[in-house]
Design a protein around this ligand. Structure first.
Ligand code: UD1
Length: 421
């Protein structure tokens, strides 16, 4: 199993290119199921989760080609299997995103229930309820969601909680339903907007994406389109945190500050100087870190508030900041597993339910630590980059699910980091 070996203490410096967004690419790949024509995507990140999704879609009969620049072309004319098996769903919960498109286009789907995961129970009841409201008949059989429908009907759906993939699944399903669907309390995440833009270019009629009420007027069928995946705001935020924690200075290209207000605000509160350069076809974010960061408290919430996917990285920067920070996690239960690993590096963190209190320490010292989930792994990398001496991070397959070429990108910024087998 691969591990990452980091020799800490080097301030990051230089330029790095941000990849396409994993969480936009995953639902957009599933949108390929909605049409018999070809959907062509660019800026698709080269990640384990993307490969898993392409394998799953390929098993269903979606014809996929990938070029050397990760341009992906998908043709859905010959889909003959409407199933997502347990083996795939358990490795990647986002597999649930095939449910809506399959029922909407073929009137049937068999998708494994995801079960628990490292960051809590994460149910999919909202996905199921929404499809039922559109007239789908749903049974749970042998651990699978079995959905059937003649043609889905437009419906008014109130989402009890803000769910990103729930909103995306139902929005995709509603594109081919008969009549108008209104999703209330919809997720406003930029990835939902990116998916909506792709669907619109395929002929869907959607308004309100990016607000909490999305209206979709169903059409008979969708056609092919070209779409460029938006930049990854969480990868962007992670590199900003890594530069901030190491007292560095970096420039991120192929990204946008537009979706990162809450994160940039907090980094500025911590003492970083952040600016962006914008021209019609180019945007860059530049961060200059102070010698010592100030502690910043955060509370995670749905977009546009502070993202839960940046919580772990902020725990790492607070570990070496001056002062005390409080982190409240309101989206997921059990999302503090990185805290005990950070403690192994010398961080002073107290956990009380969904709240963590972090007292900044003068220095961290390298140790062997274990990655537990994707963003937890990112926080360990950041801490390892700051720590004195050598940090060995085990189980980095989590990182490969969501960070493209992380050791190459960090090396390019001057970090002493290598992958060991
Ligand atoms: C997506 C992101 C993930 C991010 C999360 C929150 C993708 C592929 N993943 O995950 O990186 O951390 O949003 O921003 O885009 N819930 C229910 N019932 C449901 C669905 C969700 O109770 O049917 C709850 C969840 O347990 C959680 C909350 O709603 O407490 C938000 O989860 P949700 O937005 O659905 O997360 P994902 O879409 O799985």
């Amino acid at each position: 199993m691969d591990k990452l070996l980091i020799q800490g203490g080097v301030p990051l410096s230089g330029e790095v290119r941000i990849s396409g967004a994993k969480n936009a690419a995953l639902p957009i790949l599933c949108a390929g199921l909605l049409s018999a024509d070809t959907l062509t995507l660019s800026n698709v990140p080269h990640l384990r989760d993307i490969t898993t999704m392409l394998t799953l879609l390929g098993q269903m009969g979606l014809y996929v080609t990938v070029d050397e620049k990760m341009g992906v072309a998908m043709n859905g004319a010959n889909i003959d299997k409407r199933e997502a098996p347990y083996e795939m769903v358990k490795t990647m919960r986002a597999s649930i995103l095939v449910l809506g498109p399959l029922v909407a286009r073929f009137g049937e789907a068999r998708v494994s229930l995801p079960g628990g995961c490292a960051i809590g129970s994460r149910p999919v009841d909202l996905h199921i309820k929404g499809l039922q409201a559109m007239g789908a008949h749903i049974d749970i059989e042998h651990g699978y969601i079995v959905a059937r429908a003649e043609r889905l009907k437009g419906a008014r759906i109130f989402m009890d909680m803000v769910s990103v993939t729930g909103t995306e699944n139902l929005m995709m399903a509603a594109c081919l339903a008969d009549g108008e669907t209104v999703i209330e309390n919809a997720a406003r995440e930029p990835e939902v907007v990116d998916l909506a833009q792709c669907l619109v270019s395929m002929g869907a009629q959607i308004s309100g994406a990016g607000t909490d009420v999305i209206r979709i007027r169903g059409v008979e069928k969708l056609h092919g389109a070209n779409h460029r995946i938006m930049p990854d705001r969480i990868e962007t935020g992670t590199y900003l945190c890594a530069a901030a924690a190491t007292g560095g200075e970096i420039r991120l290209i192929n990204t946008s500050a537009a979706y990162l207000d809450s994160v940039i605000d907090k980094l500025m509160d911590a003492g970083c100087d952040i600016s962006s350069e914008k021209s019609p076809n180019h945007e860059a974010i530049i961060l200059r870190a102070p010698k010592k960061l100030s502690a910043v408290s955060i509370r995670t919430s749905p977009y546009p508030a502070f993202p839960t996917d940046m919580q772990a990285q902020f725990m790492a920067i607070n570990a070496v900041a001056s002062g005390t920070a409080i982190i409240r996690e309101t989206i997921f239960e059990n999302r503090f597993m990185h805290a005990v690993e950070l403690q192994r590096l010398g961080a002073n963190i107290r956990i009380d339910g969904n709240q963590a209190v972090i007292e900044g320490v003068a220095k961290l010292t390298g140790a062997t630590v274990m990655a537990t989930d994707l963003r937890a792994s990112a926080s360990l990398v950041i801490a390892g980059l700051v720590a004195e001496g050598e940090t060995l991070i085990d189980r980095i397959y989590h990182l490969d699910r969501g960070y493209e070429c992380i050791e190459e990108k960090l090396s390019q910024l001057g970090a002493r980091i290598k992958r060991v087998h």
